[in-house]
Design a protein around this ligand. Sequence first.
Ligand code: ZN
Length: 133
Amino acid sequence: MNRIEHIGIAVKNLDDSNKLYAKLLGKTHYKIEEVLSEGVRTSFFELGENKVELLEAMNNESPISKFIEKKGEGIHHIAFAVDDIVSEMTRLKNEGFKLLNEVPKKGADNKLIAFVHPKSANGVLVELCQEIE
Ligand code: ZN
């Protein structure tokens, strides 16, 4: 893995949180994107080579709405940039990690993504992401 690509934060209200994080970070988000497959609306803030992703549930089936129900708002996942997501998934499987996806899927911000189960990573939901060329 190359670096932390972004930190994902679950929020109840994206518009309110965009304002809050604009104040906190001293800059505004550069995009808002809906990921229908995940039932989330996301926004992204750029900080050097890293990003902050805010995630709001679009419906009750969304993993974000379940997360907030259980744990409240807060850090939801850490995403690592990889060059080759398929070979990284194979490597992690061989190391005994449990993956939440069999194959990479299309995520927000022009990325192929896959998740590692938090139970195999000390309670942290880990996202792998590869930029789509
Ligand atoms: Zn993410």
